[in-house]
Design a protein around this ligand. Structure first.
Ligand SMILES: C[S@@+](CC[C@H](N)C(=O)[O-])C[C@H]1O[C@@H](n2cnc3c(N)ncnc32)[C@H](O)[C@@H]1O
Length: 267
Protein backbone atom coordinates (compact mmCIF):
# COMPACT_ATOMS: atom_id res chain seq x y z
CA UNK A 1 0.00 0.00 0.00
CA UNK A 2 1.18 3.53 -0.63
CA UNK A 3 -0.07 4.72 2.75
CA UNK A 4 -1.66 3.35 5.92
CA UNK A 5 -5.36 2.93 5.05
CA UNK A 6 -7.99 4.66 7.15
CA UNK A 7 -9.75 1.34 7.54
CA UNK A 8 -7.75 -1.89 7.42
CA UNK A 9 -10.98 -3.86 7.82
CA UNK A 10 -12.00 -3.41 4.16
CA UNK A 11 -8.80 -5.11 3.00
CA UNK A 12 -8.98 -7.79 5.71
CA UNK A 13 -12.49 -8.56 4.40
CA UNK A 14 -11.13 -9.07 0.88
CA UNK A 15 -8.86 -11.81 2.21
CA UNK A 16 -11.76 -13.25 4.24
CA UNK A 17 -13.97 -13.38 1.12
CA UNK A 18 -11.34 -15.64 -0.42
CA UNK A 19 -11.30 -17.91 2.64
CA UNK A 20 -8.22 -16.44 4.31
CA UNK A 21 -9.04 -15.54 7.90
CA UNK A 22 -5.59 -14.94 9.37
CA UNK A 23 -3.94 -11.72 8.15
CA UNK A 24 -0.99 -9.79 9.49
CA UNK A 25 -0.73 -6.03 9.07
CA UNK A 26 2.38 -3.87 9.21
CA UNK A 27 2.53 -0.07 9.28
CA UNK A 28 6.09 0.31 7.96
CA UNK A 29 5.86 -0.25 5.04
CA UNK A 30 2.05 -0.33 5.02
CA UNK A 31 1.18 -3.88 4.01
CA UNK A 32 -1.18 -6.72 4.71
CA UNK A 33 -0.18 -10.36 4.47
CA UNK A 34 -2.41 -13.46 4.36
CA UNK A 35 -1.47 -17.14 4.35
CA UNK A 36 -3.06 -19.72 2.10
CA UNK A 37 -2.21 -23.35 1.44
CA UNK A 38 -0.17 -24.09 -1.68
CA UNK A 39 -2.99 -26.14 -3.20
CA UNK A 40 -5.18 -22.99 -3.20
CA UNK A 41 -2.74 -21.22 -5.53
CA UNK A 42 -5.43 -20.53 -8.13
CA UNK A 43 -6.98 -18.06 -5.63
CA UNK A 44 -4.03 -15.71 -6.00
CA UNK A 45 -5.13 -14.16 -9.33
CA UNK A 46 -8.67 -13.13 -8.32
CA UNK A 47 -7.53 -12.17 -4.81
CA UNK A 48 -4.80 -9.94 -6.26
CA UNK A 49 -7.28 -8.28 -8.66
CA UNK A 50 -9.66 -7.52 -5.83
CA UNK A 51 -6.89 -6.23 -3.55
CA UNK A 52 -5.76 -3.86 -6.31
CA UNK A 53 -9.36 -2.67 -6.73
CA UNK A 54 -9.32 -1.83 -3.01
CA UNK A 55 -6.14 0.24 -3.28
CA UNK A 56 -3.22 -2.22 -3.13
CA UNK A 57 -0.36 -0.88 -5.24
CA UNK A 58 1.62 -4.11 -5.26
CA UNK A 59 0.60 -7.73 -4.75
CA UNK A 60 3.37 -10.24 -4.14
CA UNK A 61 3.30 -13.99 -3.58
CA UNK A 62 5.97 -15.94 -1.76
CA UNK A 63 6.36 -19.46 -0.35
CA UNK A 64 7.02 -20.19 3.31
CA UNK A 65 8.22 -23.60 4.51
CA UNK A 66 5.74 -25.77 6.37
CA UNK A 67 6.36 -25.56 10.12
CA UNK A 68 4.82 -26.90 13.24
CA UNK A 69 3.26 -23.56 14.22
CA UNK A 70 1.77 -24.98 17.39
CA UNK A 71 5.22 -25.87 18.77
CA UNK A 72 7.71 -23.85 16.66
CA UNK A 73 7.46 -20.68 18.77
CA UNK A 74 8.78 -22.52 21.81
CA UNK A 75 12.38 -22.27 20.60
CA UNK A 76 12.11 -18.44 20.85
CA UNK A 77 10.77 -18.45 24.40
CA UNK A 78 13.78 -18.75 26.68
CA UNK A 79 14.30 -17.78 30.30
CA UNK A 80 14.76 -14.02 30.52
CA UNK A 81 15.13 -11.35 33.15
CA UNK A 82 12.83 -8.34 32.94
CA UNK A 83 13.47 -5.29 35.07
CA UNK A 84 15.49 -5.92 38.21
CA UNK A 85 13.68 -8.85 39.77
CA UNK A 86 11.27 -10.55 37.39
CA UNK A 87 12.53 -13.71 35.69
CA UNK A 88 10.22 -15.28 33.10
CA UNK A 89 10.88 -18.95 32.64
CA UNK A 90 9.18 -21.33 30.18
CA UNK A 91 7.65 -24.23 32.08
CA UNK A 92 9.86 -26.65 30.10
CA UNK A 93 13.18 -24.88 30.91
CA UNK A 94 15.68 -25.63 33.65
CA UNK A 95 14.58 -24.44 37.11
CA UNK A 96 15.89 -21.02 38.12
CA UNK A 97 17.16 -20.10 41.54
CA UNK A 98 18.31 -16.54 42.03
CA UNK A 99 18.13 -14.91 45.41
CA UNK A 100 15.50 -12.17 45.49
CA UNK A 101 14.30 -12.98 41.96
CA UNK A 102 10.57 -13.20 41.34
CA UNK A 103 10.29 -16.18 39.00
CA UNK A 104 7.22 -16.49 36.76
CA UNK A 105 6.89 -19.91 35.16
CA UNK A 106 4.77 -19.85 32.01
CA UNK A 107 3.33 -22.02 29.32
CA UNK A 108 1.44 -19.41 27.30
CA UNK A 109 0.09 -21.97 24.80
CA UNK A 110 -2.05 -20.05 22.31
CA UNK A 111 -2.41 -17.02 24.63
CA UNK A 112 -0.40 -13.78 24.30
CA UNK A 113 2.33 -13.13 26.83
CA UNK A 114 5.78 -14.69 26.96
CA UNK A 115 7.32 -11.37 28.00
CA UNK A 116 9.08 -11.29 24.66
CA UNK A 117 6.89 -8.48 23.37
CA UNK A 118 7.93 -4.91 24.26
CA UNK A 119 4.39 -4.11 25.43
CA UNK A 120 4.53 -6.84 28.11
CA UNK A 121 8.11 -6.07 29.04
CA UNK A 122 7.39 -2.36 29.60
CA UNK A 123 4.35 -3.23 31.75
CA UNK A 124 6.50 -5.41 34.01
CA UNK A 125 9.11 -2.65 34.30
CA UNK A 126 6.41 -0.12 35.22
CA UNK A 127 4.87 -2.59 37.67
CA UNK A 128 8.22 -2.91 39.42
CA UNK A 129 8.19 0.85 40.08
CA UNK A 130 4.91 0.62 42.03
CA UNK A 131 5.44 0.11 45.74
CA UNK A 132 3.58 -2.99 47.01
CA UNK A 133 0.27 -3.01 45.07
CA UNK A 134 -2.49 -4.61 47.17
CA UNK A 135 -5.61 -4.96 45.01
CA UNK A 136 -4.92 -5.36 41.31
CA UNK A 137 -7.04 -5.77 38.17
CA UNK A 138 -5.39 -7.04 34.97
CA UNK A 139 -7.66 -6.28 32.02
CA UNK A 140 -6.58 -8.35 29.00
CA UNK A 141 -4.59 -10.96 30.91
CA UNK A 142 -3.54 -13.23 27.98
CA UNK A 143 -1.19 -15.85 29.47
CA UNK A 144 -1.62 -14.25 32.91
CA UNK A 145 1.97 -12.99 32.97
CA UNK A 146 1.17 -9.56 34.48
CA UNK A 147 -1.45 -10.92 36.88
CA UNK A 148 1.01 -13.52 38.19
CA UNK A 149 3.75 -10.88 38.49
CA UNK A 150 1.44 -8.73 40.63
CA UNK A 151 0.51 -11.76 42.74
CA UNK A 152 4.24 -12.45 43.22
CA UNK A 153 4.49 -8.93 44.67
CA UNK A 154 1.88 -9.96 47.22
CA UNK A 155 -1.22 -8.43 45.60
CA UNK A 156 -4.73 -9.85 45.52
CA UNK A 157 -5.40 -10.09 41.77
CA UNK A 158 -8.44 -10.28 39.52
CA UNK A 159 -7.85 -10.84 35.81
CA UNK A 160 -10.14 -10.50 32.78
CA UNK A 161 -9.91 -11.53 29.15
CA UNK A 162 -12.43 -11.58 26.30
CA UNK A 163 -10.83 -14.81 25.11
CA UNK A 164 -11.99 -17.86 27.11
CA UNK A 165 -8.80 -19.75 26.24
CA UNK A 166 -6.68 -16.96 27.78
CA UNK A 167 -8.75 -17.17 30.97
CA UNK A 168 -8.13 -20.91 31.13
CA UNK A 169 -4.40 -20.51 30.45
CA UNK A 170 -4.12 -17.75 33.09
CA UNK A 171 -5.63 -20.11 35.69
CA UNK A 172 -3.26 -22.92 34.65
CA UNK A 173 -0.24 -20.62 34.85
CA UNK A 174 -1.35 -19.25 38.23
CA UNK A 175 -1.59 -22.81 39.57
CA UNK A 176 1.81 -23.64 38.04
CA UNK A 177 3.27 -20.72 40.04
CA UNK A 178 1.39 -21.57 43.23
CA UNK A 179 -0.28 -18.14 43.32
CA UNK A 180 -3.95 -17.48 43.90
CA UNK A 181 -5.84 -15.17 41.55
CA UNK A 182 -9.31 -14.98 40.07
CA UNK A 183 -9.74 -14.91 36.28
CA UNK A 184 -12.96 -13.92 34.53
CA UNK A 185 -14.10 -14.09 30.92
CA UNK A 186 -15.54 -10.81 29.65
CA UNK A 187 -14.83 -7.34 28.31
CA UNK A 188 -13.13 -4.59 30.29
CA UNK A 189 -14.32 -4.33 33.91
CA UNK A 190 -17.74 -5.89 33.12
CA UNK A 191 -17.23 -9.31 34.74
CA UNK A 192 -15.57 -7.93 37.90
CA UNK A 193 -17.65 -7.66 41.08
CA UNK A 194 -19.60 -4.39 41.16
CA UNK A 195 -18.26 -1.86 43.64
CA UNK A 196 -14.86 -3.54 43.87
CA UNK A 197 -12.04 -0.98 43.81
CA UNK A 198 -8.33 -1.39 43.12
CA UNK A 199 -5.09 0.39 43.82
CA UNK A 200 -3.59 -0.81 40.53
CA UNK A 201 -5.14 -1.54 37.14
CA UNK A 202 -2.97 -2.92 34.33
CA UNK A 203 -4.12 -3.11 30.73
CA UNK A 204 -1.95 -4.14 27.83
CA UNK A 205 -4.52 -3.86 25.02
CA UNK A 206 -4.99 -1.72 21.93
CA UNK A 207 -5.37 2.08 22.15
CA UNK A 208 -9.06 2.16 21.21
CA UNK A 209 -9.88 -0.26 24.04
CA UNK A 210 -7.77 1.77 26.50
CA UNK A 211 -9.61 4.95 25.51
CA UNK A 212 -12.98 3.38 26.19
CA UNK A 213 -11.72 1.83 29.46
CA UNK A 214 -10.42 5.15 30.84
CA UNK A 215 -13.60 6.37 32.65
CA UNK A 216 -14.12 3.05 34.41
CA UNK A 217 -10.42 2.70 35.24
CA UNK A 218 -10.80 6.08 36.98
CA UNK A 219 -13.93 5.09 38.90
CA UNK A 220 -12.56 1.65 39.90
CA UNK A 221 -9.25 3.03 41.19
CA UNK A 222 -8.85 4.33 44.71
CA UNK A 223 -7.45 7.87 45.06
CA UNK A 224 -3.67 7.63 44.71
CA UNK A 225 -4.01 4.43 42.64
CA UNK A 226 -2.23 3.74 39.35
CA UNK A 227 -3.28 2.67 35.88
CA UNK A 228 -0.56 1.01 33.79
CA UNK A 229 -1.40 1.12 30.08
CA UNK A 230 0.46 -0.58 27.25
CA UNK A 231 -0.12 -1.71 23.68
CA UNK A 232 -0.17 1.89 22.44
CA UNK A 233 1.33 2.61 19.02
CA UNK A 234 3.22 5.91 19.18
CA UNK A 235 0.87 7.61 16.70
CA UNK A 236 -2.08 6.86 19.03
CA UNK A 237 -0.36 8.08 22.20
CA UNK A 238 -1.80 11.64 22.12
CA UNK A 239 -5.35 10.22 21.99
CA UNK A 240 -4.72 7.82 24.88
CA UNK A 241 -3.11 10.59 26.95
CA UNK A 242 -5.99 12.98 26.23
CA UNK A 243 -8.61 10.34 27.16
CA UNK A 244 -6.83 9.63 30.46
CA UNK A 245 -6.38 13.34 31.29
CA UNK A 246 -10.05 14.05 30.49
CA UNK A 247 -10.96 11.59 33.28
CA UNK A 248 -8.59 13.31 35.71
CA UNK A 249 -5.52 11.04 35.44
CA UNK A 250 -2.02 12.52 35.73
CA UNK A 251 0.87 11.04 33.75
CA UNK A 252 3.37 9.55 36.24
CA UNK A 253 5.76 7.54 34.01
CA UNK A 254 6.21 6.87 30.31
CA UNK A 255 8.33 4.35 28.43
CA UNK A 256 8.81 3.65 24.77
CA UNK A 257 10.41 0.90 22.76
CA UNK A 258 10.36 0.91 18.97
CA UNK A 259 6.89 2.10 17.94
CA UNK A 260 5.35 1.13 21.29
CA UNK A 261 4.48 3.36 24.24
CA UNK A 262 3.54 2.30 27.77
CA UNK A 263 2.72 4.56 30.69
CA UNK A 264 1.59 4.78 34.29
CA UNK A 265 -1.20 7.21 35.13
CA UNK A 266 -1.96 8.29 38.70
CA UNK A 267 -5.44 8.88 39.98
C1 LIG B 1 -1.59 -7.83 24.04
S1 LIG B 1 -2.39 -9.10 24.91
C2 LIG B 1 -1.69 -8.85 26.53
C3 LIG B 1 -1.51 -10.12 27.31
C4 LIG B 1 -0.74 -9.96 28.61
N1 LIG B 1 -1.46 -9.13 29.55
C5 LIG B 1 0.64 -9.34 28.35
O1 LIG B 1 0.85 -8.19 28.79
O2 LIG B 1 1.49 -9.97 27.73
C6 LIG B 1 -4.02 -8.41 25.04
C7 LIG B 1 -5.05 -9.36 25.64
O3 LIG B 1 -6.24 -8.60 25.92
C8 LIG B 1 -7.40 -9.29 25.53
N2 LIG B 1 -8.38 -8.22 25.27
C9 LIG B 1 -8.45 -7.37 24.22
N3 LIG B 1 -9.42 -6.45 24.41
C10 LIG B 1 -9.97 -6.71 25.62
C11 LIG B 1 -11.01 -6.10 26.40
N4 LIG B 1 -11.70 -5.04 25.97
N5 LIG B 1 -11.31 -6.62 27.61
C12 LIG B 1 -10.65 -7.71 28.08
N6 LIG B 1 -9.65 -8.34 27.39
C13 LIG B 1 -9.32 -7.84 26.19
C14 LIG B 1 -6.93 -10.13 24.34
O4 LIG B 1 -7.75 -11.28 24.19
C15 LIG B 1 -5.50 -10.49 24.74
O5 LIG B 1 -5.44 -11.72 25.46
Amino acid sequence: LDAIPEDWARLVEVFARHGIDGTEQTDRPPSLCGYLPEEAHELVGPLGDELRAYGATEVAVDSVPEEDWAEGWKQFFVTRRIGRRFVLRPSWAEPWTGEGDLVIELDPGQAFGTGDHPTTRMCLELLEEIAAPKRVADIGCGSGVLAIAAARLGAEVQAVDVDPLSVEITCQNAARNGVYLQAFEGRGFDPLPAGRSYDLVMSNIISAALISLAPEAWSRLMPGGSWIVSGVIEANWPDVLAAAERCGFRLAARREEGDWVAATFSR
